[in-house]
Design a protein around this ligand. Sequence first.
Ligand code: ZN
Length: 1118
Amino acid sequence: MKLKKQVTVCGGAIFCVAVFSLYLMLDRVQHDPARRQNGGNFPRSQISVLQNRIEQLEQLLEENHQIISHIKDSVLELTDTGAVSPSGQLPFRSANGSWVLPFDGRPTFLSVKPQDCQFALVEGHYSMLDVYSLLSFDNVDGGVWKQGFEITYEPTEWDNEPLQVFVVPHSHNDPGWVKTFDKYYNDQTQHILNNMVVKLAEDPRRKFIWSEISFFVKWWESADAHKQDVILILGGQLEIVTGGWVMTDEANAHYFAMIDQLIEGHQWLEKNLGVTPRSGWAVDPFGHSATMPYLLKRANLTSMLIQRVHYSVKKHFSSSRSLEFMWRQAWGTDLFCHMMPFYSYDVPHTCGPDPKICCQFDFKRLPGSRVNCPWKVPPRAISDANVAERANVLLDQYRKKSKLFRSKVVLVPLGDDFRYDKALEWDQQYVNYQKLFDYMNSHPEMHVQAQFATLTDYFSAVYKANGVAQGQRPPGYPVLSGDFFAYADREDHYWSGYYTSRPFYKNLDRVLESHLRGAEILYSLAVAHARHAGMEGRYPTSDYSLLTDARRNIGLFQHHDAIAGTAKEAVVIDYGTRLLRSLIGLKRVIINAAHFLIMKNKDVYRFYQTEPFLETDDRRATHDSLPQQTLIELDSSPRYLVLFNPVEQERLCVVTVLVNSARVRVLTEDGQTLPVQLSAQWSSAVQMSGEASFMARLPALGLAVFHLYDSVDSPMTLRSDTLLRLPGRSQSVRGIDPLPVLQIVIGEINTCEIIRRKDDPQEVRVQIQFFTYGTRPSKDKSGAYLFLPDGNAKPYTQRDPPIVRVVEGPLFAEVVTYYQHFQQTIRIHNVPGVDGLSLDITTMVDIRDQTNKELAMRLLTDIQSEDTFYTDLNGFQIQPRRYLQKLPLQANFYPMPTMAYIQDSQYRLTLHTGQALGVSSLASGQLEVILDRRLMQDDNRGLGQGLKDNKRTANRFRLLLERRSSSSRAVDSGPVSFPSLLSHMTSAILNHEVLALPVIPKKRGVPPLRTFSPLAAALPCDFHLLNLRSIQNQDAHSPSPYTALLLHRLGLDCGLEAQNPGFNCSTTQGKVSPRSENRGSLVIPMSLTLMYSAAPLSNSSIISLEPMELSAFKLKLR
Ligand SMILES: [Zn+2]
């Protein structure tokens, strides 16, 4: 604070450098005998270079004496290390000025077998990329079916084969949107389900479908035994569709969470209802991902339905009768999919092409009701007098709709949001429709068979009509690959805003997911070890309820109005509060499991609920605040620090902890002193506290124990150099000394240039620039869903040049640039392997004083990517994209849950992200990400609010530049692409941070601890351990003896330069031995949601996965 004032007084003409740590270091270099012994021959010339530099810097300091003295004090305080006593090996500067770390004594290797890079791409189908190239997107008026065309038919068409009509009553229940989950339940959902029990039981011909298990569980748990009994005997009348905890968002959700909420729903259904869902139902997610058919297929569903697809795509598919197709993955599996043809899933848009007619068959809108038909023709109750006329009018719509499909079977959903909450509505719909059906079915000349149905009734009829088994491809039906983003429901209203809306919570969700996975794995391992040691009674197995709570809250957040950022402010607070509660719970599960697992002697293990053994790594004061790292208080006695590596590979990384001392010494478990880089943690541009960074090698999924001392004797502690550039000095400052792989050069305002290091003959320039979008001046404006920019982005400007701070030390260097609305931190880790091969970028955004603005970060490069770029779907697969000039700007944005890349024949640049955001490539060589959006108005999709609750948000990225080899270029035009192994690893370390858990000091001392490494042998490096999920016991609050192991074999592009990942990495043609990997005695292959099992693997057999395969196994850990 004090410093800030001084800056103002000085008028800004300041350029200063804090070099005091350098002084001390230089001093030590000259007098440190160990230095010379280590072969770190410090050439005389080098020292004089340093001295010269210091002199230059001092000269600058003179000019800004006041400010410097302040920083000097702080830095000195932080870096006063006292006496020097050499031990271990120090990092040193090489002749070219770069830092060199001592060899850590462990060679690593990379062995990826060529046969693990090959994919049997399935030919003979068409892709959505082709469809997009083909379409003109002209939006001509289609008549009564505005976005379609006129449909005609011959009245005799059904004479030989009558039309089968399946009317499927449904009620779309959002688990939070305009109201919170609980409020919806109390106001509407409980009444819907209560009425359902009564009204379905009245007539066995009545059917109903339900999809959101979150609501169903809440109702079931409060329902009386009678209602529960009725549900159990309803049998085929009630169908559970999809059976997920929610109907997930498909743009922003990560496949870990999509699967987890599906398991949670399916496990509940199996235990309580004995039901196994057959068909998927997704009428409201704002665009559809190709990951869904794969997940549903692996969960043994046979068919699925989607609704929100671009109106031009719907029209195209309708005209070619391709609305039902096999939705295929590039690696071959597919699922039968039905795409609804019209505008919406409400009644006016489901009976046929004419909403004016269909609305007349929504009997909730009978005169006198609160809802009516906007087409001005109200429904009429069906009577003997009008039934003939009404039945014929409705049949005309059914027939027209059926003309869009290949079989003489037509699906007619009958419902809307929160429908059927009143008994009256059940009577209105079911009684009137039954009269219509009775009339139709009793008049053979109409050639129709109409009935209430479930979704699976419909699909079964389609398969039967085509003479194929459930889930098989009917002859002649198309096969399609690709996805359905971006969604537009009308005009140029593209729903590409919600890819970024409320990024704070998109980031929080990812943090929760990583904690959930970590907690599941450690809990499963700890319980298994406790059982094995006969100590189950002493371990807090009741933590299982914390896991359940977190699974369900994270599941709830995958709902298409939750992670999408499209709920009302009060509902966002409700979600945030649930997530924070679960985060605290998960941290408790993690520290409780870690406590048990690191005890050297389990006999002295004691668990006290009120006395945790470990502290958490960080803390959030509220659901909408950023985390505060835990301060480790050091004194003369050692502090133990436990590091948890949630990644399934060994990890060599820089770990940074907050300490209260500048004299920290870090030892490994076996007493080896580690080099420590001391730097300041800057709570503002100019305020700091102590940060100790060290390089740690952590076992896969393991817990490593370190010792921290406040030690005057800490020769391995090295201070960072700090350099500040304040406004008023326009000349560019020196760059950071060359670091192992990458180099950062600070350019003028609004840019940061990154240049490939010199070991590559060719430099690739990567500039980072910032831009803003406004929204349109009139009529339709951007909101939570829609992105409607006012033209191209404008460069972000501010009056003064930004403050730039550069920190450099042996383990990392960083450049922090402070703008008015954001701060960008770019950090390079100087360690071998994955952690050192990419730039770590954090963009702290705060646009709360803006009006109708969206902030974008643009990467500009020399890469000749032309119009092609690549984005991931749900962190699971990569989808090639093409920038299309014929579409408006906002149509060219796509979801980016984990990564996006551009490439040419030589390079690939991948931006990895730690939260879902919207991305595009608007010109060759560019990638652009929307960081946050502040919008003052509603965009007319029912929310009734703008986006005005922005938070201070930390968006996290990793930027990776890779060189391509010739072998990979052939596939560039194909419908499929994969990240490299290094890219997968980079994404893993970004999304699964190391947790630093300090052991709380005990009065009677801490019992002996030891590092815990669960894997007997390394997993092949193309295997991702998605989860090790403890399976629930019948009593719901404790674990069964079984654990679900979920494995994903990653798809690899091996055509990128192989870099040493820093650990031993090999591939095995998809084979892994379960006994050695997971210490299981019994391994049962399961469907993805654990509902179906195959014969157990014999002890000698091995797990074998195809590339991209996701598989679940049930096993008993021991
Ligand atoms: Zn919805």
